[in-house]
Write a protein of this length. Sequence first.
Length: 228
Amino acid sequence: NSNKAVVSTQSTDLEIQTIKLQVVTNVISYAVSAMGNGNVINALFSTELGARKGHGNSLSLLITLLQRALDGSSHHSDNYSQLTHKAFHVGQLSTEEQRELASWIVPDTGKCSASERARYAQIRLEQLADNKDQELTLYTQLIESLVYLLWRHIHHYTVHGRPDVHLPKKQLLSSQDSIKQLTRELSLHLTDPFLKKIVDFTSNKTTSTVTSSFTSALVRRLRKLITV
C-alpha cells in the first residue's frame, strides 16, 4: 500500500507539472490573440526591460519567461533523449533500476520474472518519455508565442512609437522617453548569445519545421530592430 501511495503521488506530481506548463502556455497564447493582428496592436506589456519593482506586465517579464522556457525545454530535451535510449536498451539496466521502474506499474516486483520486470520497466520509461514529449510540445508553443509577443511589442514601440495606446483596465502607457530608453537597452537584454539560444532551440529535432522557420524569422526581425 505504501508503494502504491508513492507511485500515485509521483504520478500526480508529473501531471501537475504538465498542467502548470499548459496553463502558462494557454495564458500566453491568449495574450497573442488579445494583442490583435493589425498594424497597431493592443500593447499588453510596457517598455521596461530591467527587473524593477512595479513593472509587472513588462517586456522584462516576457524575457524572463522566455529564458525559463528555453532552460526548461533544454532540460526536458535531454531527459527525453535519455529516457528513449533507456527504453530501447532496457536490458542493459541494472536489476535494481529495472525493479524501481517496474514498481510504478506493479508494486510487488518480487513476483515478476526477469523478462516481465524488464517489460514493465520499459513501459514506465515509455510513459515518462511520452510525458516529456508532451511538455516539449508545450514548450515549443510557449517559446514561439513569447518570441512573437516580444517582437510585436518592440516593433510597435520602436517603429510606430505609439505611447498612448488605450488598454482595458490597467493603462500601460509609455512615454517617448521610455521608448528611447527601450531602444538603448535592447542590446543589453536581447544579447547575441540569448538570441542564438532561441535559434538553437528552433533547430532542435523535436521542433517542427514550420515552427523553426517562423521563430527563426522572428529572431532575425528582432536583430534588425536592435541594430536600428
